[in-house]
Design a protein around this ligand. Structure first.
Ligand code: CO
Length: 171
């Protein structure tokens, strides 16, 4: 089932998510719904809080070398923790909760993440580049933050101004 993606400035996006305790059918349904919702919105990542569920869950599905978003590459991460970060990279990011806006963000290049899959099995992943950006972006959602909070004050002000202008008649 496709769920509604909540968008900035919805205060729910500022919720600090909590750990999943039970790896049950309800969790699997949520993960399936998140996947459907992400594809429907042409996204490559989604955190549970973006569908208004404050749990430490995120999914990532980046296109492969043939530019195909293969479900075989889908990452489903429950209770993820970044255990190591180093290096630096700048990547142009966007977010389904901040539609129509993208901007360069500086993040670590190389990370190691520990998480659980949908069956409660512990996983470790080491990555860099786009995948590492996606992880760090989605992890930020779980702490109640958005990528736009990483912008410089000048860029943030510009964003707020444009956002208000574009959404004046929509609320
Ligand atoms: Co996002």
């Amino acid at each position: 089932m496709i769920r509604e993606v909540i968008t900035y400035p919805n205060k729910l996006l500022r919720t600090k998510s909590e750990d999943v305790v039970e790896f049950n059918e309800e969790l699997h349904t949520l993960l399936d719904d998140m996947y459907e919702t992400m594809l429907d919105h042409n996204g490559v990542g989604l955190a549970a809080i973006q569908v208004a569920i404050p749990l430490n869950i995120l999914i990532i599905n980046l296109p492969n070398e043939e530019d195909v978003q293969d479900k075989e590459d889908l990452i489903e991460a429950i209770n993820p923790v970044i255990t190591h970060k180093d290096g630096e990279q700048v990547f142009t990011e966007g977010c389904l909760s901040v539609p129509g806006f993208s901007e360069d963000i500086t993040r670590a290049n190389h990370i190691v993440v520990e998480y659980f899959n949908r069956f409660g099995e512990k996983q470790t992943m080491e990555c860099e580049g786009f995948l590492s950006v996606a992880w760090q972006h989605e992890m930020e959602h779980l702490t109640g933050h958005l990528f736009i909070e990483n912008l410089s004050i000048i860029k943030r002000k510009k964003f707020e101004k444009e956002w208000k202008k574009n959404h004046k008649n929509k609320n």
